[in-house]
Every structure is written in structure tokens, then in C-alpha cells.
Design a binder for this molecule. Structure first.
Ligand SMILES: NC(=O)c1ccc[n+]([C@@H]2O[C@H](COP(=O)([O-])OP(=O)(O)OC[C@H]3O[C@@H](n4cnc5c(N)ncnc54)[C@H](OP(=O)(O)O)[C@@H]3O)[C@@H](O)[C@H]2O)c1
Length: 329
């Protein structure tokens, strides 16, 4: 099969088109004929060698997100049949082949039928970021009606789904962004209030929108040093959920405000082979929400083909993209 691989870490130009043997089909797995994929920060962190502990062996087929059609069904799988249109986040990390190929092998537990109302390109934008937002806001923070939820990085991959899931769960949603254009997008996605974090300090927007009390739940998709800002934004006994905490932080504010901090790491089921069925379930429920018009993917205005994977990575890493960068065969 045709595949785009890396044989060394480096700039996006390290991607090479090669022929690889088609993966075998172990029990419990499906073979997906790949139609589309999307770029997530973890893909370019793997490519540049920043997270070697979770990188696949060379030649490495990257990208977890996939949308495509079932090409073959392994022994013991009765949830899918040939030609089903599916989506998943199912590989591109240590031990698991990725989506930048003609075919991707996937544990059937990680896969779900794709939303009927979306194209393959749109569906491929959703899995990794939606599972992350779901684990953070629904599973961990248990966001519900009457809560105030603040989302940092609200037009980013995880943040734009975070806005929509929190809204669906009944919360009042506040979304941070760095420009008027991005603030308008957060409102279109359902945010009740858009906040320009470059124009207002955390003390100012906590005072303006919560009377100084803080937000019940803060979803921090920026993480690291932004965590201190997230701790300041949270209400007494509130909850902070983050997707990035690869840094040393002072936890004093957590203590004096009685906060609960959750860190989500959505690669765990793939890396450690535990809890994979939950990811399939999340994608099953998400597809229903998408088809009911409750959740939609935000795609960057530039779209790429698989042969333009280097350009797609340059663009995704540039910080210029708004929403997800997607690739179609
Ligand atoms: N642990 C996990 O399981 C997991 C899963 C998914 C993602 N992640 C990580 O989570 C992070 C976000 O992922 P993503 O896919 O959403 O990335 P993304 O699409 O690049 O979005 C990041 C967002 O952060 C905003 N931002 C950047 N600096 C900011 C700051 N100082 N304050 C507030 N907002 C800021 C940007 O918007 P503005 O232009 O408006 O600033 C951008 O929209 C990445 O580091 C990724 O690796 C972790």
C-alpha cells in the first residue's frame, strides 16, 4: 500500500511517500480504507522528536485521526461490516500504525460509524479532539446545567469541541480567543460570552462575568504556564481540567481555593490497551450529537491532500490555522 512515513525526526520535509506491506488483520480489528485524516499537535510533536517515548518505530506512519470505509473485518468483530463508513482515533503512536496510508489497521473497540451528515474530511477532524474534550468535561468535570464553564483555546481543536459539549451539557459557556475574528467564531459555536484574553486580564474577566467569584469549571487546553491563569479563573471549590501539564507548577492556589485538577491524556487506551471501548462509545454518542446539529467540526480554510502532508504540518504548526487542518486522499 502507498503510505507517507518518517524515517527520522525533523522538519515536515522528512515525510516520504513509500510502498509498505498492507497490515495483517488480527482478531478484534478492522482494516480501514483511509479517506481522510487530520493533524493534531501530537502528530507534529512526534514528527519533530519532542515525544520520543510515544513515537512509533521507523518507518513510522503517523496520524491518529481517520475517516474511511471498512475494507476487511477481523475474527470476532460483529459491530462492523464491509463498506461501513467509520471514524476513529486509532494509531500513529508507539506500537500502532497511523492514518497516513491507503489502509489503517484499527482495534474495532476504538472505531464508530461516522456521522451521516459529515463528509470524510469533516469526520476526520473530530476523533482525537472530541474524545479529549469529552473525557475532560463530561467524564471528569461532569459539567451540567447551571454551571459557568470557561474554555481556554476556544477556537483550537480541543477547545471548539469543548464549547459545544459544555453547551450541550447545559452550561453557560465563556470562551477565550486572541482576535475579534476568533471571538465571533466562538459565538457561532455556541459560546455565550467571548473573551479576548489579550485585552483583558484574568482578574478583569473574572470580575466582569462572575462578580469576582470565578468559574465553576475551567477547561484549559493551553496548559503549562496558563495553568496559573486557569487556577486564578476558577471559583472556590471549582474544577480545572487541562490537556497539557508537562511543566513544574506551584499548586498553592489549588490548595487555598480548594480546587480539583484533572489532567486528561487520551492516548492512554491506545498506548496501554485499557479502556478502548470507551473511546468507541464516545465517538458513537458524538456522531448522534453531530447528526442532531449539536456539534460540528471547525475546519481551517486551507485543505490538503495526503501528498501535501508536509505543507499541512507546516501550516498546522505555524499557529495561523483556525480550527482543524485536514487531509484527504
Ligand atoms: N493530553 C491529551 O490527551 C491531549 C489531547 C489533545 C490535545 N492535547 C494538547 O492540548 C493542546 C491543545 O490542542 P489543540 O489540538 O486544541 O491545539 P490547537 O488547535 O493548536 O489550539 C490551541 C489554541 O490555544 C490558543 N492559545 C495559544 N496560546 C494561548 C494563550 N497563551 N492563552 C490562551 N489561549 C492560547 C490558540 O488560540 P488563540 O490564537 O486564540 O490564542 C489556539 O486556538 C496541545 O498542546 C495538544 O498537544 C493534549
Amino acid at each position: 500500500m502507498k503510505a507517507y512515513v518518517i524515517e527520522q525526526f525533523g522538519e515536515p520535509s522528512v515525510f516520504k511517500a513509500v510502498d509498505l506491506p498492507q497490515p495483517g488483520l488480527p482478531p478484534g480489528h478492522v482494516l480501514i480504507r483511509v479517506a481522510a485524516t487530520s493533524v493534531n499537535p501530537v502528530d507534529f510533536k512526534i514528527r519533530e522528536g519532542a515525544v520520543k517515548g510515544i513515537s512509533p518505530d521507523f518507518p513510522a506512519v503517523l496520524h491518529g485521526d481517520v475517516a474511511g470505509v471498512i475494507e476487511a473485518v477481523g475474527e470476532g468483530v460483529d459491530t462492523f461490516k464491509l463498506d461501513d463508513e467509520v471514524y476513529a482515533c486509532a494509531g500513529g503512536i508507539k506500537g500502532l500504525g497511523g492514518a497516513l496510508a491507503e489502509f489503517m489497521l484499527a482495534d474495532a473497540a476504538l472505531v464508530a460509524r461516522k456521522p451521516l451528515s459529515l463528509s470524510m474530511r469533516q469526520a476526520a477532524a473530530l476523533p482525537l479532539v472530541s474524545i479529549t474534550a469529552w473525557e475532560g468535561l463530561i467524564d471528569r468535570a461532569k459539567v451540567g446545567a447551571g454551571q459557568n464553564v470557561l474554555v481556554y483555546g476556544a477556537t483550537g481543536g480541543v477547545g471548539h469541541i469543548g464549547i459545544q459539549l459544555a453547551k450541550w451539557a447545559g452550561a453557560k459557556v465563556f470562551a477565550t480567543a486572541s482576535s475579534e475574528e476568533k471571538m465571533a467564531i466562538t459565538r457561532e459555536l455556541g459560546a455565550d460570552v467571548a473573551i479576548n484574553y489579550r485585552k483583558q486580564t484574568v482578574e478583569e474577566y473574572v470580575a466582569e462575568y462572575t462578580g469576582g467569584k470565578g468559574f465553576d469549571v475551567v477547561f484549559d487546553t493551553v496548559g503549562n504556564d496558563n495553568l496559573q491563569t486557569a487556577f486564578k479563573a476558577a471559583a472556590l471549590n471549582g474544577t480545572v481540567v487541562s490537556t497539557v501539564s508537562l511543566s513544574t507548577q506551584d499548586l498553592s492556589l489549588l490548595h487555598v481555593k480548594g480546587l480539583t485538577l484533572h489532567l486528561v491524556f487520551m492516548l492512554i487506551p491506545m498506548l496501554h490497551e485499557i479502556g478502548r471501548a470507551h473511546h468507541g462509545e464516545i465517538l458513537f454518542k458524538l456522531a448522534q450529537l453531530v447528526d442532531k446539529g449539536k456539534v460540528r467540526p471547525l475546519l481551517d480554510s486551507k485543505s490538503f491532500s495526503f501528498s501535501e502532508v508536509a505543507e499541512a504540518h507546516y501550516h498546522a504548526e505555524s499557529g495561523q490555522a483556525i480550527g482543524k487542518v485536514t487531509l484527504e486522499q
